[in-house]
Structures are given as C-alpha cells and as structure tokens.
Design a binder for this molecule. Sequence first.
Ligand SMILES: [Zn+2]
Length: 147
Amino acid sequence: MTGDAETTCAFCRILRGELTPGVVAFRDAHVAVFPSLLQQPRNRGHMLVVPVRHVAGIYGVDAEIAGPLMTTLSRVASAVKKAFGAEGVTIRQNSDRAGGQDVFHLHFHVIPRFNRDEFVAIDRKLGAMEIAIEERIEQAKRLAAVL
Ligand SMILES: [Zn+2]
C-alpha cells in the first residue's frame, strides 16, 4: 500500500528506480545510500543515508530503523573516507523547513571533509551545485566498492 507521500517523494522514487537509476550505492531491508544531488565543489562524494521505508523526518524514527540507520551511518562514514580520500566527515540531519530540510523523507548527510575545505553548509547560495547523474553513478560505484 502506497500513500501519496511515497508516490511523489523524490527519495522513494529513487528507491523504486523511477528517478536517477544507478545511483543507489547500498541497500538492505531497512536502509539505503546514494549520493546527494547538491554537493559543494570541495566536498564531492557527499552521501545520503535514508530509511527504505518512507519516514518524513527524525521525529518518526522507531526501533526498527534506528539501529540499522546508525550502523549504516558508521559504515558509510568509514567508506566515504576511503572512497574519496577524505580526511574527516561531517554527518548532518536537517529537520523541518526551519531546520533546512528540503526533502521530507528522513536523510542523514555524510559529507567528506578535508583540512581547510571551509565547508559551511549544503546551500546553493554558498556554492553547492547539482551534480550530473554520471558523476553521481560514479560516486555510488566508488562507495559501493569499499562498503
Ligand atoms: Zn519517501
């Protein structure tokens, strides 16, 4: 049974293969990983970790997905360093419009960090840009290879 939210949700559509096929780097029963559409030029390899089930935000996290989300975040943090040569990672979760959430399917950003990269935010005004599908697929392959 699919509700309206799942039908139109961009992340549910990616997980169903309707949008940007080939970008999913990892998926199990509870959690999936794919590259962010918006990335800063100096932080390429920026991944999103999402529950497979449509959950609008952090307030809907239950025990079934909490563990798998955290376990996958830890794995992806290590894999992002390895796959993209990052010197560190920033994990970020934005909640509600006021908190900077733009897609209302829970997601955690795993952002590759480099010394002196001056990363501030995932914001077009601050230089974040849409990444071509080809580069996102390549990033998914690089991550999948080390996960
Ligand atoms: Zn969704």
